[in-house]
Design a protein around this ligand. Structure first.
Ligand SMILES: *Cc1c(COP(=O)(O)O)cnc(C)c1O
Ligand SMILES: [Zn+2]
Length: 428
């Protein structure tokens, strides 16, 4: 029952399963599947168009449920060949979906609060999902070097995926990232290059490299492979609904860096509705940013359709993209679904990291502090309805951003005897 489309790109024949073509998000112009990301007609971003017409809803549901406990259970909805599960890949996904009753009590949520905890992925962030897709596209297009511009997490995910799959990797990061992220990217043995500048400078440099012979044969997961990469975020939407018993949540709180994840979560939810896998009813998507890098939140509150770039200055470095490519689409989705975009200060981020850890035993990186902090703020603002089912994303592991909670430490230091223990006031 697999839908197979074999597209021809120059002299390469690719099998990317149900993916039928690339389609422009602005003008709808279609081109064959290939390592391109911008429309030749209007320079708009390209995304994957599918042919799902052969799917029977109940057959598809059974096939997904019988699939592996990773993102490949959704292979019939992704731009990957049907035998993808047998290829060398880190196989991320199917992460914990935690019913956060303690946190719900603290925040006054009565309608059911869940944390989708993507810190459990192979390199401890959501980025493994998107890289897994880009890797399959790189394989199909015959690339042998995997590359990216990264705010940190992506570098590690690319390094690890390349190591598993036998690709060379060379990734680019701002030179001043958290030590934990640098080590976590370097340990996989690929090349890791620090660029003197911020993420937006790194990204610009990579675009230049793609157009130059120096970068020939390189698959940049978030540049020339971006349409494939982006589809990986849909699996978050699929998993959330399946883990809710094939139900849409009422509200989702999603972090924004480039905005790609948020837009593809919406795409994934829309696909599930069209395929009949969930009931068609309204849901609201809320975007979360750090105040120190809040271009989308500022535009949302000002009622603007365009996003004015900012120079980032926040501890939430994984979200520190000052010129987010998908910003305008995020604004559309927040407004269309009745959601909002909100931001929190660095101090509120740290408080929220500690709140989630203290209530649910989940240690989130700063991006998780952003979503939990924004959830709290949206409830206080009256924008998020505490009587509705709400899903908050934690997209990375707190071990990556230990600096953010550096002040946390020993309760007491005592001599190894009971008197000293009692003196410290720790007895029951
Ligand atoms: C990359 C990243 C995101 C989301 O990035 P988008 O560019 O908006 O898709 C969210 N959380 C973490 C921890 C990330 O590394
Ligand atoms: Zn176009």
């Amino acid at each position: 029952m697999a839908v197979q489309t074999v597209a021809s790109t120059g002299n390469t024949t690719v099998d990317l399963g149900p993916a039928a073509a690339l389609s422009c998000r602005e003008c709808g112009h279609r081109v064959p599947l290939g390592p391109v990301f911008a429309c030749e007609e209007c320079f708009g971003p390209l995304e994957i168009a599918y042919d799902f017409s052969a799917y029977d809803t109940e057959e598809l549901r059974k096939r997904i449920e019988a699939g592996p406990a990773n993102i490949w259970r959704y292979a019939p909805l992704l731009p990957v060949p049907s035998d993808v599960a047998g290829k060398p890949n880190l196989n991320p996904g199917w992460t914990a979906f935690v019913k956060a009753d303690n946190l719900a009590r603290e925040l006054g949520v009565t309608g059911g609060l869940y944390v989708k905890d993507d810190s459990g992925n192979p390199t401890h962030s959501f980025k493994d999902r998107v890289v897994a897709q880009a890797l399959e596209a790189a394989r199909a297009f015959g690339f042998t070097t995997l590359s990216c511009s990264s705010t940190g997490n992506l570098a590690g995910a690319v390094g690890a995926a390349a190591a598993r799959a036998g690709f060379r990797s060379c990734v680019f990061i701002p030179h001043d990232l958290e030590q934990g992220k640098v080590v976590m990217a370097a340990v996989y043995g690929g090349e890791l290059v620090g660029i003197e500048g911020n993420y937006d400078d790194v990204n610009r440099f990579c675009s230049e490299l793609i157009g130059d012979p120096a970068g020939e044969g390189w698959g940049f997961v978030n540049v020339n492979l971006r349409p494939y990469y982006a589809e990986g975020s849909k699996t978050l939407a699929y998993e959330i609904c399946e883990q809710l018993g094939w139900r849409l949540p009422d509200q989702l709180v999603v972090p924004i860096a480039s905005g790609s994840q948020l837009t593809k979560i919406d795409k994934g939810l829309q696909e599930l509705i069209k395929l009949g896998l969930v009931e068609d009813r309204p849901y609201k998507i809320f975007g979360a940013q750090a105040e120190g890098c809040s271009p989308v939140s500022v535009a949302y509150k000002a009622g603007h359709d365009v996003v004015r770039p900012q120079k980032p200055n926040t501890i939430a470095k994984s979200l520190a993209i000052g010129n987010p490519a998908d910003g305008p689409y995020v604004l559309d989705i927040a407004r269309r679904t009745g959601g909002a975009v909100e931001d929190v200060t660095d101090e509120q981020i740290v408080d929220a990291i500690k709140l989630l850890a203290r209530t649910e035993g989940i240690f989130a990186e700063t991006a998780g502090g952003v979503t939990v902090g924004v959830t709290r703020k949206l409830i206080e603002n009256g924008l998020l309805d505490p009587t509705k089912t709400t899903v908050v994303l934690n997209t990375g592991d707190g071990l990556k951003t230990l600096d953010a909670v550096a002040g946390t430490g020993l309760t007491a230091t005592i001599r190894p005897n009971l008197d000293s223990f009692r003196e410290a006031g720790l007895d029951s």
